[in-house]
Design a protein around this ligand. Structure first.
Ligand SMILES: [Zn+2]
Ligand SMILES: [Zn+2]
Length: 342
């Protein structure tokens, strides 16, 4: 019987599959990279060959240009590939458009690298698929019991109530450019909001791409072309960093909202000058993480990407083998404001 470490080894460049000859979400350039999703801490330019879903490849191309990799191969959800000594398949992670968990099977042992994931409904991407496995590599962005995201629809309703209450004011919603911004817009549409939604130029290419893939976002306009009076009574979605920029001064008496799992922490909202925190997360919360770990049936859990300790401890109390993976270079997109400018 193979040991998990014979299949996947954590290295400084990311998780490496020796029998398959590839890395998953490498943080440094490698020969062959399997990429879970388009967020820049997972999807970097400069690899020899990249295997990912078509959407992830398209998103990488939008962000980095045509030469982002030596060559690419699109992989469909559920399709099984043989890469040297490993069998590999991609499964929906429910995180952003095109996001995937990667299942690697070798010598009868099944390892699933989740990438980032969430187990709640998102109108902009395929729902999270539970993939049974022996070893589950989970993220832990919100890996503390204090993080319970509750109902995102309720947060959207709160935003719409504020817009109705203050028709003379603009509503600025800070939302990460890839994924969160489009999810907020799609949820507003699902809640019946039919006015134009304005966006910051940094979100334009990704938003148009989502629309081209059939995600219904209604009428989306650029702030660039609008005058100040137009923006009153409307919702504008922008990168979180833009809210404190000169850019935000063009808005009439703006209400500052921010859509993030971190908005559960009041001090974070205050620090950012957010008056309308919206707890909307593209990552599983504590209950989602622990329920998913249990449901995979895995007996061994590797925890990465965030607050590993509490989750490792939880696993151990449930009789599971668990360890943190110390790989530098994975960030949290909601906090990675600098990326909003790219
Ligand atoms: Zn992500
Ligand atoms: Zn991530």
């Amino acid at each position: 019987m193979m040991r998990p470490e014979d299949i996947l080894v954590p290295t400084p460049s990311g998780v490496c599959c020796k029998p398959g000859g590839f890395h998953i979400d490498p943080t440094r350039p490698v020969d062959k990279a399997l990429i879970t999703h388009g967020h820049s801490d997972h999807a970097r330019a400069g690899h020899g060959k990249v295997l990912a879903t078509q959407e992830t490849l398209d998103i990488m191309r939008l962000r980095y240009g045509d030469g982002f990799a030596g060559s690419v191969q699109a992989v469909s959800y559920g399709e099984t590939l043989k890469l040297d000594g490993a069998r590999v398949s991609f499964h929906p992670a429910g995180h952003v458009l095109g996001s995937a968990q990667i299942r690697v099977e070798c010598g009868g042992l099944r390892v699933v690298a989740s990438g980032d994931y969430k187990d709640v409904v998102d109108p902009t991407c395929a729902p999270f698929e539970l993939v049974p496995c022996d070893v589950f590599i989970t993220e832990a962005t919100f890996g503390l019991p204090v993080f319970r995201h509750h109902d995102a629809d309720g947060e959207i309703a709160k935003l719409l109530r504020s817009v109705a209450l203050f028709p003379e004011r603009a509503h600025l919603v800070g939302a990460y450019t890839l994924g969160k911004a489009q999810r907020v817009m799609a949820m507003l549409r699902a809640a019946g909001h039919d006015k134009p939604i304005y966006i910051h130029g940094a979100a334009e290419a990704i938003t148009r791409y989502y629309q081209s893939r059939g995600i219904e976002l209604g009428q989306v306009e650029l702030v660039r072309g609008a005058n100040k009076a137009d923006l009153a009574g409307h919702i504008t979605v922008c990168p979180p960093s833009a809210m404190s920029d000169l850019w935000s001064r063009r808005f009439p008496d703006p209400v500052a909202a921010f859509a993030s799992g971190w908005m559960r922490v009041r001090a974070r909202a205050r620090q950012r000058g957010v008056t309308l925190p919206l707890v909307i997360s593209d990552h599983a919360d504590w209950d989602g993480l622990t329920a998913t770990i249990a449901a995979t049936g895995a007996s061994e859990i590797w925890v990465t990407h965030g607050q590993e300790d509490a989750l490792v401890h939880w696993c151990q109390t449930k009789g599971l083998k668990a360890r943190p993976l110390d790989i530098a270079g994975y960030g949290d997109e909601d906090e990675a404001d600098s990326e909003a400018e790219t």
